[in-house]
Write a protein that binds this ligand. Sequence first.
Ligand SMILES: *Cc1c(COP(=O)(O)O)cnc(C)c1O
Length: 243
Amino acid sequence: MSTVASSARATELAGRLDGLVARIDAAVAAAGRPAGSVRLLPVTKFHPASDIAILYELGRREFGESREQEAAAKVDRLGLPDAEWHMIGRLQRNKARAVARWAHTVHSVDSERLANALSRGACEALDAGERTESLRVLLQVSLDADPARGGVAPADLPALADVVAAAPGLHLAGLMAIPPLDADSDACFANLAMLHTSLLARHADATELSAGMSGDLESAVTHGSTCVRVGTALMGARPITSA
Ligand SMILES: *Cc1c(COP(=O)(O)O)cnc(C)c1O
């Protein structure tokens, strides 16, 4: 084992990862779903690149980040050739071009303007050889009609899906949602599952459902999540940052 993987932090992360994988497997079994039908996306935002290096040595290849600059710095510094980086946080249009250079998937697309900016960015990155595949896009759905939280209103989802599906350089991969803090997560994820079923009727390969975090992943798995985004339960509390 390398020095990285034998550190105290590596031991801690390895133990938490085992526990989390077991927790996800149990949720999948309890929901009567096939083993392996839910992926874990470790959310590494606010945690150092060295933690990502440890998770990589432990076999993880997908990482979720929420801020463009922090993510781009980690991508550059680590240079992991087969890692897939997911942008899960709110994204300003002026960061779309930068994100399109490093992101494998963006989970937080909620407007046509953002989709178009990502499409331009992805096409540029493809032309420049900075990426070889279309940028996977998940549409973030608002489950509480609060525009401040981000997410497209369910009524506007079909039109946005059509825009993304037709946009050069983008691949419409599915949906994402974050239940409101005080909401009943079961009801939210049930609602999300219905929206996903409608989306699939028109866009059959938009099969990804990014739902569930540290506190509510069992509920999300019950309602068809294919990707749980887990930070705290794996990494521990996020360091306080001023940024
Ligand atoms: C931070 C974050 C997560 C992880 O949340 P935890 O509760 O720490 O597991 C998941 N999804 C999004 C969009 C996030 O910003």
